[in-house]
Design a protein around this ligand. Structure first.
Ligand SMILES: *Cc1c(COP(=O)(O)O)cnc(C)c1O
Length: 948
């Protein structure tokens, strides 16, 4: 037997476990189980057509070879992406550390205090640098953050503006091109009219509700935002500022001038460009708009004992609760990247950041002077890091620059734009100078040193302080930062501790071999707008990944652009809309969504300008086909599409799925399949086969990208032939369909760097390994289901009593004993486990998804814990809430206190089962008080005395 296959490393149960597991289920073979689980009429008849699986070492050799086909030029392209130095201590201890990258979104705050604190640092850094009151814990990229700013300003229009339907939004023509494209995509469906123009000539008429300006602009020029904002405010026009985070060290914070929203990217705070992403965008605004902020906000609160604790604040804004009335569809964001950027600020502190910003600015000034000395004209009157040089023919410069491994940006034939960055050295400046000198046939006088300069207008030069909190002034030696990162890491339960069986989230192995290449310069240091002939390695990997996903979904084409599942939903719906419109069907705007759908579905539909019509579920948890037919027929003249999750969010393969898709097609609609549950399909069935037209995939679920504590994600869409022409494009790099819609994300291939993980996953598993993963995911789920049988009731199963790759256990009956599902979630922490998904899609239940990566031994421990908790529930009574469940989780501090007056032993609290002694995880706080935190909103690292 060949033991050197990746699938043996990726899949948990050994072959020798299968018999036992099947015995528990009461079957003889996995084939039989699959036969009982997936309806015959949707089973694939052929094997996936993919390359032969590579072993880990073969893959590493292969991806190394591909990396060598990317050419790392010195990049001065700018436009929102800059080379930067990722401190090695952050690379090694966060980016390359499963303790950080395998965590989930911090829904279970008591075992997530580490990343919550790291995110609070990020928010504090953003509020300080922007001068705003409140910041969120990241968005997907600068383009989408700008679009969210527009949407927020539209939503908070003055009453009179709403009444008069004031719907114009001014966009400075100095905005980044990719941001403009994303704004265009997002404006039309919500009824906003964009007007692009020169900010200096804007008339501030009352036809506008808002405006966005770039600070500094894409040209490098610094707009007088003090003047712009004050005129805008006087005319009741709210202003969003897209600001370069590093420039804010030297430029006055937009908040000081009265900006309403400030957005941007934190990429240049130590995050590799990665050919476009992933990076954390930031979003900061005024306290007054707190209910309208998109994405997650981390806030301070207290735990049961009154100790300071952190958790996600104001969650009632989110799609999970608000659905089609949510403020945005953001679910997965960019947590890992936000953690890293925040640590960059912790490591450098205010002095370090000032040094870096000065160095960048001085270098740009020095270069500008040297070029002028050479007789060239630099046209920016003021700038931070970007200069523009007038030339006769920029193509000549381009040729020579590229021959010298240098990339500039060429806005037109007579202009060369050069953006200086943190990594730029004196010798780099001379190399740049020499390119110009040679083209001019002159001898350059070499630059001897980087002088002290400033060309920042006085009224926008920064005078306000920033990063004064202790955390930004303490960890400046490597030893200190290493220990700080470790201290936080220890508070978080990640996959390197135990199973995280979150249903619908597919927390499988994120293999080290899949992750390793992300640290390599030939993948990291590539600008998304680099010329095609420098990125052959990337284009090969990304094209292959597109083809792999197209094959796996049974469709015709794939776009990797969306940066999360929810963005994929929006992208897919916009593609459907473009398709209808191409046929003259501008009126088709009804989107049918089953009541059990994930909250992002209705939120995305609303963003795409659709009207949501909810269809019913049956008692068994299936789509009510009669109700669906009735509604499809009722709306047939205006039907745009159905959004359906398959297998359903209830964990069932509906046998009627083909009828369902047929009904939609018969009534002129398209079928959107939410692919979050693709892990139950790969290699056995596919969306094309069930009759869907488009689906998104969550590469951060099914295809092994780690969840990063709440991102990065990649949410590609795969489409049938008729939708292919409309796949999204990019204004700078030719990409997308022949009739592409405008951009969904800022970068042409979204988070290209993270896509390598899924590429490696598919390369190493191959057709056989992928199919086996699906089979074992189903085996594991059904094994768990049978082991819990008799202790917990499972809601819903297929026609033959089987679960899909996940199952829902009903905890509602325990209310009789005074126990809520949340108590079980908290008590699992004492047993060393992260809770399954709580109360989705059914309130009062747990949804468990073990994935194929969990071993039988780990699942057995989890089942033992659940069964033990079941006994504890039995012993609990409604009238006496002083029990081991209600008091969970138990901290080391309370257990080692001199006082102990609880009606059970310390051992029962902390070591309820023998295995726990061997691998104890200590929650760092007791149960957090959500309501208190929402009433006393604090979202920065203010000292505890400020709010207690
Ligand atoms: C996770 C999930 C989504 C959203 O994906 P994000 O990447 O978090 O935006 C949508 N639908 C379902 C069913 C999901 O489980």
């Amino acid at each position: 037997m060949n033991t050197d296959t990746f699938s043996l490393r990726h899949i948990g149960p050994r072959e020798s476990d299968h018999k036992d597991m099947l015995n528990t289920i009461g079957l003889d073979s996995i084939d039989e189980l699959i036969h009982q689980t997936i309806p015959d009429n949707i089973r694939l008849q052929t094997e996936l057509n993919l390359d032969k699986a590579l072993s880990e070492q073969e893959y590493l050799n292969h991806i190394h070879e591909l990396a060598s086909k990317n050419k790392v030029n010195k990049s001065y392209i700018g436009l929102g992406y800059h080379p930067s130095n990722l401190p090695a201590v952050i690379q090694r201890n966060i980016l390359e550390n499963p303790g950080w990258y395998t965590a989930y979104t911090p829904y279970q705050a008591e075992i997530a205090q580490g990343r919550l604190e790291a995110l609070l640092n990020f928010q504090t850094m953003v509020t300080d640098l922007t001068g705003m009151e409140l910041a969120n814990a990241s968005l997907l990229d600068e383009g989408t953050a700008a679009a969210e700013a527009m949407a927020l300003l539209f939503a908070v229009r003055e009453r009179a503006q709403k009444k008069a339907n004031v719907n114009k939004f001014f966009v400075s023509d100095d905005i980044l091109p990719q941001t403009l494209s994303v704004l265009q995509t997002r404006a039309i469906p919500i009824g906003v009219e964009l007007v692009v123009g020169n900010a200096d000539e804007f008339d501030f008429s009352n036809e506008y509700f808002g405006a966005i300006v770039q600070y500094p602009g894409k040209s490098g020029e610094i707009l007088n935002i003090e003047d712009f904002i004050s005129k805008a405010n006087a005319a009741d026009i709210k202003v969003a500022v897209a600001a370069d985070i590093l420039s804010l060290v030297k430029l006055e914070a937009p908040g000081k001038f009265g900006a309403d929203v400030v957005v941007g990217t934190t990429q240049r705070f130590g995050i590799p460009m990665g050919y476009g992403g992933p990076h954390a965008a930031y979003f900061a605004t005024k306290e007054a708009y707190k209910r309208n902020i998109p994405g997650r906000i981390i806030g301070v609160t207290k735990d049961t004992d009154g100790n300071r604790a952190l958790r996600m604040a104001l969650q009632t804004r989110e799609q999970h609760i608000k659905r089609d009335r949510a403020t945005s569809n953001i679910c997965t964001a960019q947590v890992l990247l936000a953690v890293m950027a925040g640590m960059y600020a912790v490591y450098h502190g205010p002095n370090g950041l000032t040094y870096i910003a000065n160095k960048v600015h001085n270098s740009a000034c020095t270069l500008a002077n040297a070029l002028e000395f050479l007789g060239l004209e630099q046209t920016n009157a003021s700038f931070f890091d970007t200069i523009q040089v007038k030339v006769e023919d920029s193509s000549k410069i381009k040729e020579l620059a590229e021959a010298n491994d240098i990339n500039f940006y060429y806005p037109n034939n007579n202009t060369v734009a050069i953006s200086i960055n943190e990594t730029t050295t004196l010798s780099d400046l001379n190399d740049i100078l020499n390119v110009f000198a040679s083209t001019e046939n002159k001898e350059a006088v070499s630059i001897q040193e980087i002088g002290e300069h400033t060309i920042i207008p006085e009224n926008v030069a920064r005078t306000s302080a920033f990063l004064e909190n202790e955390v930004f002034n303490s960890h400046h030696s490597e030893t200190e930062l290493m220990r700080y990162i470790k201290k936080l890491e220890r508070k978080d339960l990640s996959l390197n501790h135990s199973m995280i069986s979150l249903g619908s989230c597919t927390m499988k192995l994120n293999a080290a071999a899949e992750m390793l290449p992300l640290s390599w310069a030939n993948w990291g240091n590539i600008h998304p707008f680099a010329p095609a002939n420098q990125v052959e390695g990337y284009l090969t990997a990304l094209k292959t990944l597109e083809d792999q996903l197209t094959e796996i979904t049974g469709f015709a084409a794939t776009s990797l652009q969306p940066n999360s599942g929810a963005q994929g939903e929006f992208a897919g719906l916009m593609v459907i809309k473009a398709y209808h419109e191409s046929r003259g069907d501008h009126h088709r705007n009804i989107c049918l969504i089953p009541s059990s759908a994930h909250g992002t579905n209705p939120a995305s539909a609303v963003m795409a300008g659709m009207k949501v019509v909810v269809t019913k579920s049956t008692e068994e948890g299936n789509i009510d086909v009669d109700d669906l037919r009735e509604k499809a027929e009722l709306h047939k003249d205006n039907l745009s599409c159905l959004m359906v999750t398959y297998p359903s969010t209830h964990g069932v393969y509906e046998a009627s799925i083909k009828d369902i898709t047929q009904i939609i097609h018969d009534n002129g609609g398209q079928v959107y399949m939410d692919g979050a549950n693709m892990n139950a399909q790969v290699g056995l069935t596919n969306p094309g086969n069930i009759g869907a037209d488009v689906c998104h995939l969550n590469l951060h679920k099914t295809f092994a990208i780690p969840h990063g504590g709440g991102g990065p994600g990649v949410g590609p869409i795969c489409v049938a032939e008729q939708l292919k022409p409309f796949l999204p494009g990019n204004p700078i790099i030719a990409s997308g369909g022949d009739n592409a819609i405008t951009a969904i994300s800022a970068a042409p291939f979204g988070s290209a760097l993270a896509c390598l993980i899924s590429y490696g996953y598919i390369k190493m598993l191959g057709a056989q390994g992928l199919k086996e993963s699906t089979r074992i995911a189903i085996l594991n789920a059904n094994y768990l289901k049978e082991r819990l049988q008799g202790h917990f009731d499972t809601l819903y199963s297929g026609e033959r009593g089987r679960a899909a790759h996940e199952m829902i256990v009903d905890c509602r009956a325990f209310k009789a004993n005074g126990i809520e599902v949340g108590d079980i979630a908290k008590r699992l922490m004492d047993y060393g486990f992260h809770a399954p998904t709580v109360s989705f899609p059914v309130a009062g239940t747990l949804m468990i998804e073990p994935t194929e990566s969990e071993s039988k031994a780990e699942m057995d421990r989890f089942c033992d814990a659940m069964i033990s908790i079941r006994k504890e529930i039995e012993a609990a009574t409604k009238d006496n809430p002083n029990n081991v469940l209600k008091n969970a989780p138990h901290t080391l501090e309370m257990l080692t206190a001199n006082e102990w007056d609880l009606p059970y032993t310390r051992e029962e609290a902390a070591y309820p089962l023998e295995y726990v002694k061997d691998n104890k995880f200590w929650p760092s706080v007791r149960r957090v008080d959500d309501a208190y935190g929402d009433r006393n909103l604090i979202c920065t690292c203010a000292p505890i005395e400020d709010f207690m």
